[in-house]
Design a binder for this molecule. Structure first.
Ligand code: SF4
Length: 928
């Protein structure tokens, strides 16, 4: 009999003599588990839940009336079925499976992981020894810096294959060979370290036997030697995906990181999150405050010596360092005025740190000269989103890809920059969603795509306008949505006439018919979602690029429903939160314009002083103001403008020119090297606080270990500077700061610190203290004054600096998978640095042949602003006439080359395009 309950279809059947109820889709194993009956299982992973495969046969159960036993992990019950999980036959089968598998395992005492799931079940079933002869042993594969492959412990359950192919969709691991010789292989049976493995570690997390293990846990014999003293739940410190992590700690050192079931990651991690945690224990970590030695001049050309980074400094007590730091800032404020100071906060710090930092600049320094790295990543996206929708955040989480019929990924490379988000996009493509990747460079996501549109660099608006033209002229718009929820459509309709696919095709390099096809697919689908990255935003026409995407969504009504939306993939772990908290020169927290008297008034009331109504300067403007003699002192918390700013020489000269520079960081970074006072701060794993991911999820990070030596919490340091600047602050901890923030930030309505502690993650906006947050917004209009989304047409504007005879190629910059941002953390993480140890630039083999270059040769890259010498790597994903360079390498800093020309709205520099010359050089020249 089957009943239609609220929970859906249910099935009554008998399990071990008791009547039980199975829910729709549940397997016998799952029902048994819910009833408190555990059935042995090895190839099945309930948490995280992988597709059951039923190959190990450890979960066999007896079903009355059936001749053979059934694998309970796969078999669903039927009405009236009588299942016995512990009958003599079932138990004998379960034990036999274990005994056969034990035969091939190293003995438990010498096994790679005596605590593995395999030995847990061997013990539980009472089968830890075997009567059967052992078979051939395999040699350990120690070729990968992060993981070991011990095939002698492999039971061929296939969990690693599913982890690699179905969960993370990297397609590296497979089963190969036949019979006795069958085994898991990497690519074409390559050593793991030489395969295309991206080291996400999902296979290690899934392996039930210790056949795949993190190298850090093993000794020379590949036997596990480290067990944690304790485990602490926190978050990953790197990208905006916001993966939830459990850190394992031994002797007050983090020894391993495992993914946990957070709403953003569902146990998944990437190489950075799983293996990049040990930078916090790096020997160069700052453990004492430092002050510049008297007489040591600041020189923009001077470089930090990684072997001896402290040459220009001496140690100081906290009292001395804080007094010096604050006195220098105060002197400038009092003598030269509030606008002679500026501050850069950090998108790596917590929401509470960001809030206090901007409050310090606004109330202690006295101006709005506060900014952070959002200016360098998504400022133009935020400008366009604000202009059109009055909200700078995403309209739907990246997991909305699961409900999308069509997915666009444009100007983004998520498998490198947001790897766990990319896995959900790949899952969707495997499920059948049409994926369109649009970027001048191809990428690993391209092979999952219905189509990759490799448009010409900098021609985004031409391509997108042609698509808008198609949608409008072919009547594919959603007229009802346009009439009900938008404004500005008629202007767009008039202006778009000139952007026919035929006219735009030569500009963007995509055939007119392809432009039409992709536009039709987007508009006609029941649900289409757009993900974009810095390929859209880091242009002088970045705001226009984003305007086109917003227009596309608005004219087709592809927003505000499941599987639809606009999602700028946010870069750093807390760039969303830092922006929300007001680390922006034109906005107070929650994007309340500094010039709006009514909004500023609420802050003045709570903060107890008048605030500057004039917008402050942005990152690049601050550097220019230093050169112009307008800014004389700065406080930089956790940012590294001496690596991340465009035209670095200009930025470094500015930093060196400052009368007083205070830097708060973990290491003597390229920026700290120019400081007068360096304050040793806390790393991510050493602090508690809230962080907001790209999906608008406010998540709680917990202190895992204490900061080393005399390093201190950032929240404490900011407060100590504030007190010395005359502010009467005394926040007991992040909870108290969050409570103040929530009073001033409508976005945090119904989110309290206590709720965060209780739930771990809450997505804003939230309608009620007891309700979960709204993952999808704009369901019934927009928070604009009219309630309508504003469509803003965009013109085709070329990049600022086009190639010419002198500089004939295009330089584009970005990231590599293993290194994050300016590399200050990842290049000090052992595994990550081992995988990608040296500076490289990428070029297509065709261009390399033309220049007589072989992989590994050195080239000199020169632009109008500077030159670097770097190894070249062949990469077929890079289009002809382009050089791609990651900006994380201090020894060949890509930003010495980049163009500081700004988008007029977002004030973001054009990192993605400048003219460059590339020449082969003799290797000795480069080494000298
Ligand atoms: Fe960390 Fe981002 Fe990787 Fe997740 S995807 S583990 S948040 S770097």
């Amino acid at each position: 009999m089957s009943n239609d309950h609220n929970s859906g279809q249910t099935i009554q059947f008998e399990l071990d003599g008791h009547q039980v109820e199975g829910r729709a889709g549940e397997t016998i194993w799952q029902v048994a588990k819910r009833q408190g009956t555990e059935i042995p299982h090895l190839c099945y992973s309930p948490e995280p839940e992988y597709r059951p495969d039923g190959n190990c046969r450890a979960c066999m159960v007896e079903i009355e009336g059936e001749r053979v036993l059934a694998a309970s992990c796969k078999r669903t019950p039927s009405v009236g079925m009588k299942v016995k999980s512990a009958s003599q036959r079932a138990v004998a089968a379960q034990k036999m499976v274990m005994e056969l598998l034990v035969a091939d395992q190293p003995a438990r005492e010498t096994s790679h992981d005596p605590d593995s799931k395999f030995w847990h079940w061997a013990e539980k079933t009472g089968v830890t020894e075997s009567r059967f002869p052992a078979t051939e042993r395999w040699h350990a594969d120690t070729s990968h810096p992060a993981m070991r492959v011990n095939l002698d412990a492999c039971i061929q359950c296939g969990l690693c294959v599913r982890a690699c192919r179905e969960v993370q969709v990297n397609d590296v691991i497979g089963m190969a060979y036949r019979s006795h010789g069958s085994k898991i292989v990497f690519d074409f049976d390559d050593p793991m370290g030489e395969s295309t493995c991206v080291a996400c570690g999902e296979c290690v997390q899934a392996c039930p036997t210790g056949a795949l293990m993190p190298a850090v846990m093993l000794d020379d014999k590949q036997t596990r030697v480290t067990w944690p003293d304790r485990k602490v739940d926190s978050l990953c410190p790197y990208c905006g995906v916001g993966c939830q992590v459990t850190y394992e700690v031994k002797d007050e050192k983090v020894i391993y990181a495992e993914g946990r079931d957070g709403p953003a990651n569902h146990n998944r991690l990437c190489v950075k999150g799983r293996f990049g945690f040990d930078y916090i224990h790096h020997p160069n970590r700052l453990t004492k405050p430092l002050v510049r030695l008297p007489g040591v001049k600041k020189d923009a050309n001077d470089q930090v010596d990684p072997a001896n980074p402290y040459t220009h400094f001496r140690e100081a007590s906290w009292e001395e360092a804080l007094d010096l730091a604050a006195a220098g800032l105060k002197k400038i404020r009092d003598e030269k005025g509030a606008k002679a100071l500026a501050g850069f906060g950090s998108a790596k710090g917590s929401n509470e740190e960001a809030y206090l930092f901007q409050k310090l600049v606004r109330t202690g320094f006295g101006s709005n000269n506060v900014d952070h790295c959002t200016r360098l990543c998504h400022a133009s996206s935020v400008a366009a989103l604000f202009e059109g929708l009055s909200s700078g955040a995403v309209s739907a989480p990246f997991s909305a890809a699961a409900d999308a019929e069509v997915i666009w990924v444009i100007g983004a490379n998520p498998t490198v920059n947001h790897p766990v988000a990319a896995t959900f996009i790949k899952n969707a493509a495997k499920r059948g969603a049409k994926l369109y990747v649009m970027d001048p460079r191809r990428q690993s996501l391209s092979r999952h795509a219905t189509q990759h549109l490799a448009f010409k660099p900098g021609s985004d608006v031409a391509m997108l306008n042609a698509m808008i033209h198609t949608i409008i002229t072919e009547g594919l718009t959603d007229e009802q949505y346009i009439a009900g929820y938008t404004e500005g459509y008629d202007e767009l309709k008039a202006k778009i006439q000139e952007f026919t696919p035929e006219r735009m095709s030569p500009i963007c390099g995509i055939p007119a018919e392809t432009l039409r096809e992709v536009a039709r697919a987007y508009a006609r689908a029941k649900s289409s979602i757009i993900f974009w990255g810095m390929g859209i935003s880091q242009h002088v026409h970045g705001t226009d690029n984003a305007r086109c995407l917003i227009a596309l969504a608005l004219i087709t009504g592809q927003v505000g429903r499941p599987g639809t939306g606009l999602h700028p993939l946010r870069g750093q772990n807390n760039v969303q939160g830092a922006s929300d908290a007001g680390l922006i020169p034109m906005f107070l927290p929650d994007y309340q314009p500094v010039g709006r008297d009514d909004m500023r008034g609420a802050f003045e009331k709570l903060w107890g002083q008048e605030l500057d109504p004039v917008r402050g300067l942005t990152v690049v403007e601050i550097m220019n103001a230093i050169h112009a003699g307008e800014i004389h002192g700065m406080y930089v918390e956790g940012e590294n403008p001496a690596m991340s700013d465009p035209d670095l020489q200009h930025a470094r000269q500015a930093l060196a020119k400052l009368d007083h520079l205070v830097v708060q960081d973990l290491f003597v970074t390229e920026t700290a090297f120019h400081a007068d006072v360096i304050l040793p701060a806390s790393a991510f794993a050493e602090k508690s606080g809230s962080f907001t991911n790209t999906d608008r999820r406010v998540q709680l990070a917990r202190e895992v270990i204490k900061p080393p030596g005399d390093a201190r919490q950032d929240l404490w340091i900011i407060q100590e500077i504030a007190k010395r600047m005359g502010l009467p602050w005394n926040y007991a901890g992040p909870g108290e700061v969050f409570t103040e923030m929530a009073q001033l930030m409508p976005s945090l309505k119904n989110i309290t610190w206590e709720r965060l502690v209780r739930e771990g993650a809450v997505t804003y906006p939230v309608d009620d203290p007891d309700k979960p947050g709204n993952e999808i917004i704009f369901t019934t209009g927009f928070p604009t004054e009219s309630g309508r989304g504003k469509i803003v047409p965009a013109k085709v504007i070329p990049p600022d600096e086009l190639p010419d005879d002198e500089y004939p190629m295009v330089l584009s910059t970005g990231r590599v998978l293993e290194h994050w941002h300016t590399g200050s953390m990842t290049r000090r993480a052992q595994v990550l640095d081992q995988i990608e140890p040296e500076a490289v630039a990428f070029m297509t083999p065709k261009d390399m042949r033309k220049k007589g270059l072989a992989p590994g040769d050195f080239i000199r890259l020169e632009t109008r602003r500077g030159a670097v010498e770097v190894k070249v790597r062949a990469d077929r994903d890079v289009p002809e006439n382009m050089v791609f360079m990651p900006f994380c390498y201090a020894e060949a800093a890509a930003n010495l080359l980049t163009n500081p020309a700004l988008d007029p709205f977002g004030k973001i520099p054009e990192f993605k395009f400048c003219a460059v010359r590339a020449e082969k050089i003799d290797i000795r020249t480069a080494a000298e």
